[in-house]
Design a protein around this ligand. Structure first.
Ligand code: 3EB
Length: 320
C-alpha cells in the first residue's frame, strides 16, 4: 500500500462555505456558541468557547477528492485513505454520561468498522460538567465507563487511539465525539514519564481511561498528540499552580516527542490547542506558550480538564 500523506491541519480565518468549497477539505471546525451551523457533514461546531476575539476555523485537508455523508447520527467524510467521523448526542435522550458515551462509541464503531479506513488514530471527546459528581460517580469517570463499554473489543488488535477528553460549558448536555481514522494503522507512543492511562490505579475510577499518549500517523512523519497535562507517573503534579503545571506539561510534551523519535520543539506547521479551566488564566497561558514556542499556532479554548486540580491541558500535532 502507498504511504499515506497526512492531512494538513491549520487554523484559518474566513467563511465556512469557502473552506468547504476548497478541494480536499475533509473537515471544518468552528468553536463556541457563535460558530456557524452548516448542514454539510464535514462541518462541526465544537462546543468550547475560544478566547480569541475572532475564533478561527480549523481545517483538515487531504490531497485527494473527498466524499461525505451521514449514517444515522454519524457524519463522515473520506478521501485519500483518511476518514473523519463525528457524532453528537444529547444526554437527555440517552440517560446520563455513561450510557451516552456507550451509545456514541457503539455508533461510531458500527460506522467506522465497516470502512476500509477502520484504523482509528485520534479521538476528541467534549462533554458537559465533566467534574460534577463525587468519586466513581464523577461524570468523567462515568464517561470512561461508557466509552470502554461502547468501544468493546474494536481496539483490541490495534490498541487505543490517541485522545482528548475535555469538559464544555455549553447550555445543552451534549457529548461530541469526533475522530480521524485511516486505512493503515498508526504506531502508538507512550510517555516514559507517565503511567499509561489504561494502567491507572483504581483511585481514578472503575474503568481506566482508554487512550494512548500519542499516535504516529501511517504517513510516518506526523505525530498526533493526546491531551497532555501535568501528570507525572499517575499523579497530578503542582495542584492549582498554573505556571508549574505549564512547565510540567511541556516536559511531558518534550518526552513524547523524544520517545516518538522526533526532533525537539514545535514549528509553524504544528497547530496546538490549549484548554484552560479558568478564563482569567488565558492570558498567562498564551504568554507562556508564545515565549516557549514562538510562531507556533495555538488555539486557546475554555475547557475543564478531567481532574479538578488540573488547570491546563495541551494537545495537537507535530509535523516533522
Ligand atoms: C491525563 O493525563 C489527563 O480520557 O481521553 C488526557 C487525554 C486525559 C485523554 C481521555 C484524558 C483523556 O490523564 C487526562
Amino acid at each position: 500500500m502507498p504511504q499515506r500523506r497526512a492531512p494538513r491541519v491549520s487554523y484559518r480565518n474566513g467563511e465556512v462555505s469557502l473552506a468547504l468549497a476548497q478541494s480536499g477539505t475533509l473537515a471544518v471546525f468552528g468553536f463556541g456558541a457563535g460558530a456557524q451551523a452548516m448542514e454539510d457533514p464535514r462541518c462541526l461546531q465544537v462546543g468550547l468557547e475560544c478566547f480569541d476575539e475572532t475564533p478561527p476555523l480549523e481545517l483538515w485537508q487531504v490531497d485527494a477528492p473527498v466524499s461525505h455523508g451521514r449514517d444515522v447520527g454519524v457524519r463522515w467524510a473520506r478521501g485519500g485513505g483518511w476518514l473523519f467521523a463525528a457524532i453528537e448526542l444529547d444526554e437527555r435522550d440517552h440517560g446520563g454520561p455513561r450510557d451516552t458515551a456507550r451509545q456514541a462509541y457503539e455508533q461510531l464503531r458500527r460506522v467506522v468498522g465497516e470502512q476500509a479506513e477502520r484504523h482509528v488514530l485520534r479521538i476528541w471527546n467534549y462533554l458537559g460538567a465533566i467534574n460534577q459528581g463525587e468519586g466513581d460517580a464523577e461524570r468523567y469517570k462515568l464517561f470512561c465507563d461508557g466509552r470502554a463499554a461502547g468501544m468493546g473489543d474494536f481496539f483490541a488488535a490495534d490498541g487505543f487511539p490517541a485522545a482528548t477528553a475535555i469538559g464544555h460549558h455549553g447550555a445543552r448536555p451534549t457529548l461530541q465525539v469526533y475522530l480521524l481514522a485511516c486505512d493503515q494503522p498508526g504506531a502508538r507512543v507512550e510517555n516514559p514519564r507517565q503511567v499509561s492511562a489504561s494502567r491507572y490505579p483504581r483511585q481514578y475510577g472503575r474503568t481506566p481511561p482508554s487512550f494512548a499518549r500519542a499516535m504516529t500517523l501511517p504517513a510516518g512523519d506526523v505525530l498526533a498528540i493526546s491531551g497532555t497535562a501535568a501528570v507525572v507517573g499517575h499523579a497530578s503534579a503542582h495542584a492549582d499552580d498554573l505556571h508549574a503545571q505549564l512547565v510540567e506539561t511541556f516536559s511531558n510534551l518534550d518526552a513524547l516527542l523524544a520517545t516518538a523519535g522526533m526532533a525537539e520543539g514545535f514549528d509553524t506547521h504544528s497547530p496546538l490547542k490549549a484548554y484552560v479551566r479558568h478564563p482569567a488564566d488565558a492570558a498567562q497561558v498564551r504568554e507562556f506558550i508564545a515565549r516557549r514556542l514562538p510562531g507556533v499556532p495555538v488555539l486557546l479554548l475554555h475547557g475543564d480538564i478531567c481532574r479538578r486540580e488540573l488547570l491546563v491541558e495541551i494537545d495537537g500535532w507535530r509535523y516533522a
